[in-house]
Design a protein around this ligand. Structure first.
Ligand code: ZN
Length: 241
C-alpha cells in the first residue's frame, strides 16, 4: 500500500521498521488521545493493524490501545490523559508488531510469486489471505509457490527500500504496474518502494522485515475458489523463524 507522505508527526516507522522505543513531545492532546511530533507507532493502514504499547513520562504511564491516522494526524488512543508539551518515551509492543511485519512482508513475497506466474491480478490481501481474479491458478502452482517461498526464506535475501518519484519509476510496458501507478492519486509524487529483489516490487508505506529469512517459512498455503471464480489463497507462517 501507499499513503500520502503528509503526516503532522514524523513517521519514524517509515525510516526504521525495527525501532522499538523513541522519545517525542506531545503537540496536541485531548480526552484519552495524543498527537506527537514524531512516532514509531504504526497507525492502522494498508491491511496492517495498529501497534499497541505504552507511553511513559515524568510522573506517569499510559497504555497505547490503538493508533490511527485521521487526515494528516496520527492519533494515539490512550487509557488516560497526557498534557500538551509533555516529553514522552514511547515503547512498542514488539511481539505483535513483529508478527504483523513478518506476515505483511510475506504477503508481498507471495503476491510477487503468484503474479509472476500469471495468476493475477490480486484484488485483495491481508495478513493471512490473498484474493486473485479468476485465473488458471491451480493446486500445482500453489505447491510450486510454497517451495519457492521457503527457498527464498532460506536464502535470506535483504529487502531493498527506497524512494522514487513517479518520473523515475520505469514500469516499461508492464501493464499491471502501469495500472497500479495510474490508481495512485496524482498529488503523490514520492513513492516508497519495497523490493524483494528478483521477486516482488511494489509501492508501500507499511513496516517490513530486513531480509527474507526474518519472514520465516510457510506452515500453510491453501487454495480455494469463491463465487464468480475468484481464487483465494490462505497462508500462515511459522511462529518463530
Ligand atoms: Zn507493504
Amino acid at each position: 500500500m501507499y499513503e500520502p507522505n503528509e503526516n503532522s508527526s514524523e513517521p519514524l516507522y517509515v525510516e526504521d521498521s525495527h525501532l522499538k522505543e523513541f522519545d517525542a513531545r506531545v503537540v496536541k492532546a485531548g480526552p484519552k488521545f495524543v498527537i506527537l511530533d514524531r512516532t514509531a507507532f504504526y497507525p492502522e493502514s494498508g491491511g496492517q493493524p495498529s501497534d499497541t504499547g505504552k507511553i511513559t513520562y515524568a510522573g506517569g504511564e499510559n497504555s497505547v490501545r490503538k493508533v490511527m491516522k485521521r487526515g494528516k494526524d496520527i492519533y494515539h488512543y490512550l487509557d488516560g490523559d497526557i498534557p500538551v508539551e509533555t516529553e514522552i518515551h514511547g515503547t512498542i509492543d514488539w511481539e505483535p508488531r513483529h508478527w504483523n511485519m513478518r506476515r505483511h512482508s510475506g504477503e508481498h513475497l507471495l503476491t510477487g510469486l503468484f503474479e509472476n506466474r500469471g495468476s493475477g491480478p490480486k484484488v485483495y490481501s491481508d495478513l493471512e489471505r490473498l484474493d486473485f481474479k479468476p485465473s488458471e491458478l491451480d493446486e500445482e502452482t500453489v505447491r510450486e509457490v510454497e517451495a519457492e517461498f521457503n527457498s527464498i526464506v532460506d536464502e535470506d535475501i535483504p529487502l531493498r527500500i527506497f524512494f522514487a518519484s513517479r518520473e523515475e519509476l520505469d514500469v516499461g510496458d508492464d501493464a499491471r504496474k502501469r495500472e497500479f501507478l495510474a490508481k495512485i492519486p496524482r498529488n503523490i509524487d514520492r513513492l516508497r518502494m519495497v523490493d524483494i529483489p528478483g521477486h516482488a516490487l511494489t509501492f508501500c508505506f507499511g513496516t517490513h522485515v530486513g531480509s527474507t529469512g526474518e519472514i520465516g517459512r510457510l506452515t500453510k498455503l491453501t487454495l480455494s475458489t469463491a463465487k464468480k471464480g475468484r481464487k483465494i489463497v490462505h497462508f500462515l507462517l511459522e511462529q518463530a523463524p
